[in-house]
Design a protein around this ligand. Structure first.
Ligand code: SAM
Length: 324
């Protein structure tokens, strides 16, 4: 996925006054900080530089992952308002606007003034609030998004419950694709289902999560690196893979897939192995060339996609439990 051209141009112009060497160092500090699972606000960087480093290094990847997840939010009725919690530079609201052009009201909670200043360049007419979103009664909006932010709060479960209260149609949560973040996502999943939220994705069912101990449910979004991104991250590759976990909750039931592919499919010359969550268990499906239709479906199947009933358990596919 690429950033829309207008966003990429704006991003480059916002970063044009930063010295590349200074920005490169700041990106290194911020990336190291996130690798240690520390919240954005405590990254030891000069004022202004933290938000710029975020724009240079994280924005494109989080935007792309949020766009990916928003495809699971029902488009009927189309959401017309979005509440963005821990908005950073407004990444989730921008992704929501790209996905749902009917959105006309945007409210963003972001306690860091430098992020609000940069974000206002992207979303000048939105309602930017500087409150701590865990300390206020949240205003109801059709779509509520908490992207990479609940894990920065002292009590993610309570924050998720309040976010759900404010969601008139759907609540979307994204978190880093790490075991620690998934453990939190799993608790939020349980708590919100108990609170009556309808889990729309990624899970095929709302029962106990079958992911075994030591493993974690996460997905991947590939994102093209701009030249600025490559310079800032000193990365040679033209793309990067953003790993994330997510949940989409709705106020009303929506169709769920029979299965969800929860690993990168393994392609061998005569066999494709798909690891599929069926809701109550995780299964490995080995598809062979014997069924042309199925082989074609398996060749096109990707991590994170639905794997539906018609092709779920073909007679010629062998099914086993994953060996992890
Ligand atoms: C990792 S960034 C994510 C930004 C954005 N949502 C994205 O996906 O690109 C987390 C942001 O949440 C903000 N934040 C964390 N806890 C907050 C709180 N309780 N109230 C307001 N903002 C908060 C931080 O200042 C930071 O900008």
């Amino acid at each position: 996925m690429k950033l829309p051209t207008w966003l990429r141009d704006k991003l480059e112009s916002l970063l044009s006054d930063a010295s590349p060497a200074e920005l490169g160092r700041a990106v290194e500090v911020l990336s190291q900080h996130y690798r240690q699972h520390k919240p954005t606000q405590t990254a030891a960087l000069a004022p202004g530089l933290r938000a710029k480093a975020y724009l240079a290094t994280r924005f494109a990847a989080t935007f792309a992952a949020i766009r990916n997840v928003l495809q699971h939010v029902p488009s009927e009725p189309p959401p017309t308002s979005v509440l963005d919690l821990g908005a950073g530079p407004g990444t989730a609201s921008l992704a929501a606007l790209e996905t749902f052009p009917h959105i006309s009201r945007i409210t963003l909670f972001e306690r860091d003034a430098d992020f609000r200043t940069l974000g206002s360049e992207f979303l000048p007419h939105a309602d930017w609030r500087n409150d701590d979103f865990t300390q206020v009664r949240l205003p109801p909006h059709d779509l509520v998004i908490a992207a990479w932010s609940l894990g920065e709060t002292p009590n993610p479960l309570d924050a998720a419950l309040e976010a759900w209260r404010a969601a008139l149609q759907a609540l979307v949560i994204l978190a880093p694709g790490t075991p620690a973040a998934f453990a939190e996502v799993r608790q939020i999943r349980k708590r919100l289902i108990e609170a009556g939220a309808y889990l729309a994705a990624p899970c095929p069912a709302a029962g106990e999560c079958p992911m075994p101990a030591g493993d974690w449910c996460h997905f991947r979004q590939r994102v093209e690196r701009s030249s600025l991104h490559r310079r800032a991250k000193k990365g040679a590759l033209p793309y990067e893979d953003e790993k994330f976990s997510y949940l989409v909750f709705c106020r009303y039931p929506v169709p769920r897939p029979a299965g969800r592919i929860v690993r990168h499919p393994q392609h061998r010359p005569d066999n494709i192995k798909l690891t599929v969550c069926l809701g109550d268990r995780i299964t490995e499906i080995h598809v062979t060339r014997r069924s042309r239709e199925l082989w074609r479906a398996a060749r096109q199947a990707d991590w994170g996609e639905a794997w539906n009933t018609s092709t779920l358990l073909p007679p010629e596919a062998s099914v086993s439990s994953p060996d992890r």
